[in-house]
Design a protein around this ligand. Structure first.
Ligand code: PHE
Length: 338
């Protein structure tokens, strides 16, 4: 009897199953009414009284071993099934690290370039009042840019709107800071424009402001010349064309020699060799006064550029909508260290 139990115990220990049916067959074989254990217990009567204690313990041990075996086999089958359903979160990721958005890369580049010549970064609210977005910047009351066409108004009388440019931030800086002021304001701006390959109702700007004694147009040109060479390369040429902005006088637009064809002419520069990248000018004395700065003592220059436009030129992207779609195939192409 002892030997028999020993053999059965070994059999039980060695048993393995890879389906629930096999476990059930195992259970029936040992534990059912006509199973091995029942027969064994029936034979117990024949055991000599002196051996009963020992044999009884062995039999109970065997029964427990069978029951434990069934539980462990069931559990391991379940955990295999589970791991097949669920992703294994402990596995290393198959996709590479995330990348920076191209607009962030270029914004960071621009901030870096200006911070090397002493410009600080200032930020302000995206929801603005009329004074900071328009009036302080010398926009006449009937200027078309105040029209519903361009501006997303939130409230009327007094007017509250989504800022249409980050010049509003510079108004706030001038109100709160004694010159010298040297600052750039990157940020999101909003205009009520139809969305196309070249325009969007949300875009990003970096605007710059420099106010001090004796600031001249030559300072403006030299600063922007440095900027263009740093961002687009040493060979980049610049040219200034007269323009108009209510808040600067004189005003200009700056072109750079086309970074694609090097000025020879291509479809990006429409065969002119030049592409426009920003607006700029000397801060109108009226604006300085409206912001609480003595225009007899101080002069200043300002400039503003769209980050989307610069990024399109830098990376030869021909549709502005790509920046907002977050298609991984597009974003994955941009890598940056800053
Ligand atoms: N604020 C102007 C715009 O949004 C850009 C600009 C800034 C032009 C400063 C001249 C000087 O278009």
């Amino acid at each position: 009897m002892k030997d028999k139990i020993g053999k059965l115990l070994e059999e039980v220990k060695a048993f393995n199953a890879d389906s629930i049916d096999q476990i059930e067959a195992f259970r029936i074989k040992y534990l059912s009414k006509k199973g091995i254990i029942t027969t064994l217990f029936a034979d117990f009567k024949t055991v000599a009284p002196a051996d009963r204690k020992e044999i009884g313990q062995l039999m109970n041990g065997l029964k427990n071993a069978i029951q434990d075996k069934i539980i462990t086999l069931k559990e391991s089958l379940e955990s295999v099934a589970e791991s097949q359903d669920k992703p294994d979160l402990t596995l290393p990721s198959s996709s590479p690290l995330g990348t920076r958005h191209p607009l962030s890369i270029v914004r960071n580049d621009i901030i870096d370039i200006f911070s090397r010549i002493g410009f600080t970064v200032s930020e302000g609210p995206e929801i603005e009042d009329d004074f900071h977005n328009f009036s302080a910047l010398n926009f006449p009351a009937d200027h078309p840019a105040r029209d519903m066409q361009d501006t997303f108004f939130i409230e009327k009388d007094p007017d509250i709107a989504l800022r249409t440019h980050t010049s509003s931030v510079q108004v706030r800086v001038m109100q709160n800071t004694e010159p010298p002021i040297r600052t750039i304001s990157p940020g999101r701006v909003f205009r009520n424009e139809a969305i196309s390959a070249r325009a969007h109702c949300i875009f990003h700007q970096v605007e710059g402001l420099y106010v001090d004694t004796d600031v001249s147009f030559a300072d403006l040109k030299q600063t922007l010349y440095y900027f263009a060479k740093e961002l687009f390369g040493e060979k980049t040429e610049t040219r200034f064309r007269p323009s108009y902005f209510p808040f600067t006088e004189p005003s200009a637009e700056m072109d750079i020699s086309c970074n694609i064809c090097g000025g020879k002419g291509c479809n990006i520069c429409k065969y002119t060799g030049w592409v426009e990248i920003l607006g700029c000018g000397m801060v109108d004395p009226n604006v300085l006064e409206l912001c609480g700065i003595d225009s007899k003592k101080y002069t200043g220059f300002a400039f503003g550029m769209g980050i989307e436009r610069i990024t399109m030129l830098k990376y030869q992207i021909n549709d502005l909508r790509l920046f907002f779609e977050n298609d991984i195939r597009f974003l994955d192409q941009f890598k940056s260290t800053i």
